[in-house]
Design a binder for this molecule. Structure first.
Ligand SMILES: [Zn+2]
Length: 568
């Protein structure tokens, strides 16, 4: 019946007809009565099943004979602040099939709820989605905000019980490790590289577990992996039919490590290039004004200076001790995993130390640049305008939102003053490529393998200075760029020619890298030819780190596996 001339869409309907629309499945359920408890903010719906034909879950023969009725109570999706509960009258039936072992059975309502569930299927699915996305604790908190009642353990139970999607029949597989506990315990992640979905999470990183998983999935034709002999062995045993492909990301990573090892022995050249970069930057920007520095009342005392030096020496001594311990253990044939446990350091650290031919050199204390970085260009502009009072500049920065100490500002101004006195542009002080001791070999190696188009201007300037200053470095640079071109353009056909050149170059780190490629030649060549890469796997490994953190260290492999596989 129309309420109003203009709003003819509004109608008054009997309440039962209206509420029926919100039942989980109107084709099998009928609403008979409803009750609201305002004190408990609860809406209770009395519902009966209207299924005409019911078949036995055991023999699937249909039967009309009702044995009895009973009531199930199911929680359903809430309506605003009101919890909704279904009081569901269901029937028990006789199975009249004489061949069936069941005599009496309860009717199934597959679209409404699982046989023994206390919640409707749609409520379980919603809770499960919260759990998959957020984990137990955060999931339960957000669930409470939308008016649902649950607890973290309940959410976790739902995640564990949820059915895992069919593991399909993958053709192209990506395999990689993931850190269950960094440096101590690693697992294996398996990703379908065609649809980028996680297929499985194995609790260990071993040839056996990969081999047995592959044996159960004989459809796999291509497996993309890192450089580890462990996975190579596992794949060979579990899927001898599959083509092994070395992931290009890992090839570039190995090249960068070789470059870093090479640069460790070029300390002097790295330092000279830093000074040349500062000069080149000064030519571009022009030298700054030479100004007498306003000296604040607080100066770094002699005692303070000494304390810092002692600290630095202690830190350096610890590095040397670690270096010697690792090399000694390694020379004795101790496996890396054992070294990790004995010394309590991470696996990547052990490898980094093993790549070095000499102990790390002492480093001067870290520059305190990070908090100031967004304000450096402002300070340089003011400096060029003749403002040298650090307290004044600190007040100006505070007005711009800087929340750190005046001392950090004053230290940066000291650097600007020293640079000016040396005839360098103040701009040189914003770059890590111009510091007096030079950038670290590690930092330069990252710039070195980064595509030239993506390098910052000062980084490019530094690479130019470094390669112009030394023919051996120039040769190493040309060789590694040639390899990167093979990777980017997927020129597997030119790989062996490159390896011959690297082996004959006299650059030990690159020759060793080429030797490593030789040992895994077929898979490396496939990596430089086929389109597959483990990019999607890396994405999932990063997401795993997030999931682990959400579990506050309490999540186990079973739970992580469910969350990572079910999250679409
Ligand atoms: Zn039956």
């Amino acid at each position: 019946m129309p309420l109003h001339k203009e709003a003819s869409a509004f109608v008054t309907t009997p309440v039962l007809t209206f509420l029926t629309r919100f039942l989980p499945d109107v084709t099998t359920l009928a609403l008979e009565a409803w009750h609201v408890d305002d004190a408990a903010t609860q809406l209770t719906l009395h519902v009966t099943s209207t299924q005409a034909c019911v078949s036995c879950p055991c023999c699937h023969v249909q039967t009309p004979r009702v044995h009895s009725r009973y009531t199930r109570s199911l929680a359903d999706l809430p309506w605003g602040a009101y919890h909704v509960r279904l009081q569901l009258r269901v029937r028990k039936f006789f199975c009249d099939n004489p061949a069936c072992p069941r005599q009496i059975f309860t009717e199934r309502l597959s679209t409404v709820a699982a046989p023994w569930a206390r919640r409707t299927t749609r409520l379980s699915q919603l809770l499960n989605a919260f759990g998959i996305a957020l984990g137990g604790e955060a999931g339960a908190r957000l669930v409470a905000r939308v008016g649902l009642r649950t607890s973290p353990p309940t959410l976790l139970r739902l995640i564990r019980a949820a059915p895992v999607p069919d593991a399909s029949t993958p053709l192209v597989l990506g395999v990689d490790e993931w850190a269950w506990r960094r440096g101590q315990r690693y697992g294996t992640i398996l990703v379908n590289l065609e649809d980028h979905r996680v297929l499985d999470l194995l609790p260990e990183r071993s040839a056996e577990s990969v081999a047995s998983w592959l044996a159960q999935h004989p459809t796999v034709l291509v497996v993309c992996r890192d450089r580890s002999a462990l996975y190579a062995e596992g794949i060979r045993r579990g899927a001898p039919q599959a083509v092994q492909v070395v992931d290009r990301f890992h090839l570039v990573k190995n090249l960068r490590e070789a470059v870093e090892a090479f640069l460790h022995n070029q300390r002097a050249a790295l330092q000279v290039a830093a000074a040349c970069t500062a000069q080149a930057l000064t030519l571009v920007a022009g030298p700054g004004p030479v100004t007498a520095m306003y000296r604040g009342r607080r100066q770094c005392s002699h005692v303070e200076q000494q304390r810092r030096e002692v600290e630095q020496q202690q830190r350096h001594a610890a590095w040397v001790t670690t270096y010697e311990a690792i090399h000694t253990l390694h020379a004795q044939g101790t496996p890396v995993a054992t070294i990790v446990q004995q010394l309590g350091i991470s696996r990547p650290t052990v490898y980094a130390y093993l790549r070095r031919a000499t102990p790390p050199s002492p480093r001067s204390p870290q520059r305190s640049g990070q908090v100031l970085r967004p304000y450096m260009s402002y300070l340089i502009r003011r400096w060029r305008e003749g403002s040298t009072d650090s307290m004044q500049l600190w007040r100006e920065l505070r007005a711009l939102g800087y929340g750190h100490s005046a001392r950090t500002v004053s230290r940066f101004l000291t650097r600007l003053r020293r640079a000016s006195e040396a005839g360098w542009a103040p701009e040189t002080q914003t770059s890590s490529y111009t510091r007096p001791q030079g950038p670290s070999a590690r930092a330069v190696s990252f710039t070195w393998v980064c595509p030239a188009a993506k390098r910052a201007p000062d980084a490019q300037m530094y690479v130019d200075q470094l390669t112009q200053g030394d023919p051996t470095i120039a040769q190493a640079y040309t060789l590694s760029q040639a390899f990167l071109t093979l990777v980017r353009e997927r020129r597997g056909d030119a790989l062996e020619a490159w390896m011959t050149e690297a082996a004959a170059s006299g650059i030990e780190a690159l020759a060793r890298f080429a030797q490593g490629l030789q040992e895994d030649l077929a898979a490396v060549k496939a990596g430089l030819t086929l389109p597959w890469s483990n990019g999607p796997v890396e994405g999932h490994v990063n997401r795993l780190k997030l999931l682990k953190r959400q579990g506050y260290g309490r999540a186990d492999v079973g739970l992580l596996r469910q969350r990572v596989i079910q999250a679409a």
